[in-house]
Design a protein around this ligand. Structure first.
Ligand SMILES: [Mg+2]
Length: 386
């Protein structure tokens, strides 16, 4: 039996959330994700989930199920670099009309996310074929990674007592720290929230801040000054979308808090530009958005040459392996609230162990997090051709 690819498919999932979660620049009302599978001749099925794509989910799914499927059938799954190049340079998809408002970047983001799903499923299949857990196959630098919560969301009626209870729940859950949403209020008001969080959580708890591109350079620098005594581990996406190179670089230089960006990049080339502009200390590029494990590893190699550390935007099922596999990997992040991320709580048959502030990389071959078929069926998105 060989490692020839016999089938490739993507299944879109969707669930409306019971509560609205607001960050600096957005409100989350639903959770989306994409399950991608690669079936091999030897009976092994590479399987993964990832992404949280609403508007272009149908296009991503169709690209995998039609164009990429035809491209990959009959090919050897072990030739993952060859397959990545074939998908990356695929000229077949004419996805949508080119309009001024979507430009070409939307199409490229669709392609990179479709590649990501297939690439990660391929790596899972390769790990299962070799009998090796993914983090070992990729280098096996450590067995576990510190885990932090993504929280501090704004919601209607949230008061100081609710916030305090949220912070204490992360401590009780044994998490290493948290990433706190800022950017929806003024720099002073958000700094007061961070000060409150520090007073509740204590000094032995990592606190990072994420503005989701909400502020101007001046506002972001004002915020940095307001929180300079609060030991902020990093400041993530502090600056508005149109000022991502010079703006980030300026906040980094003057604000003196390590800067994180990269979750909005879809390829290694965008990450290169962030590094070359002295804009980041840490890249949190997301393998489920930006071309999968193959592209993430290339970015991690480049980062290591420039003393930039690697984080990962959400997606702990993949992040725990990637961050465990390299020396300069930092924290894996989760949504501890099942209302915010029902996919993480419900899809896996078994979750990675969290103990003493760390998430342990699964030791089963591949990703080592099998998915529950009944949950895939429960949240299968309607109206999307698969
Ligand atoms: Mg972020």
């Amino acid at each position: 039996m060989t490692t020839t690819i016999r089938d490739v498919c993507a299944i879109p999932l969707e669930k409306n959330l019971d509560k609205v979660f607001k960050g600096g620049t957005y409100a989350i009302t639903s959770r989306y994700t994409l399950v991608t599978e690669v079936h091999l001749d030897n009976g092994i099925v590479g399987q993964t989930f990832g992404g949280d794509e609403e508007r272009y989910q149908k296009e991503v799914v169709n690209l995998v199920n039609e164009t990429f499927r035809k491209l990959l059938l009959g090919k050897d799954a072990l030739s993952v670099e060859l397959l990545w190049e074939a998908m990356f340079h695929c000229v077949a998809p004419d996805l949508v009309n080119r309009g001024i408002h979507t430009l070409d970047l939307t199409n490229k983001a669709i392609i990179m996310q479709a590649i990501a799903g297939v690439d990660i499923a391929l790596w899972d299949a390769i790990g299962k074929t070799q009998g090796l857990p993914l983090y070992k196959m990729l280098g096996g630098y450590r067995e576990k990674v510190p885990v932090i919560a993504i929280g501090g969301y704004y919601w209607e009626g949230k008061d100081e007592k609710d916030f305090q209870e949220e912070l204490l729940s992360y401590k009780r859950a044994g998490l290493y720290g948290m990433k706190l949403k800022v950017g929806r209020l003024s720099p002073k008001e958000d700094a007061d929230r961070v000060r409150f969080a520090r007073s509740v959580a204590g000094d032995d708890f990592i606190i990072a801040c994420d503005a989701n591109q909400a502020w101007t350079v001046d506002q972001a620098i004002t915020f940095c000054k307001q929180v300079e005594d609060l030991n902020i581990r990093w400041f993530e996406e502090p600056v508005v979308w149109y000022d991502q190179l010079r703006g980030l670089s300026e906040v980094r230089r003057v604000g003196k808090i390590p800067i994180v960006a990269g979750q909005g990049e879809i390829s290694r080339f965008g990450c290169r530009d962030l590094i070359m502009a002295d804009a980041v200390d840490i890249l949190n590029v997301d393998a489920t958005i930006a071309g999968g494990i193959t592209e993430w590893r290339r970015i991690a190699g480049m980062a290591s040459m420039t003393n930039v550390s690697m984080a990962h935007h959400e997606e702990p099922q993949v992040a725990v392996h990637l961050l465990s596999s390299i020396p300069h990997g930092l924290y894996v992040e989760i949504f501890p609230d099942p209302n915010r991320d029902p996919m993480w709580f419900e899809l896996p048959d078994k979750h990675p162990e969290i103990k003493n502030g760390c998430m342990h990389a699964p030791r089963q071959p591949g990703i080592g997090i099998p998915l529950r078929e009944e949950v895939i069926e429960r949240y299968r998105a309607n109206g999307v051709r698969v």
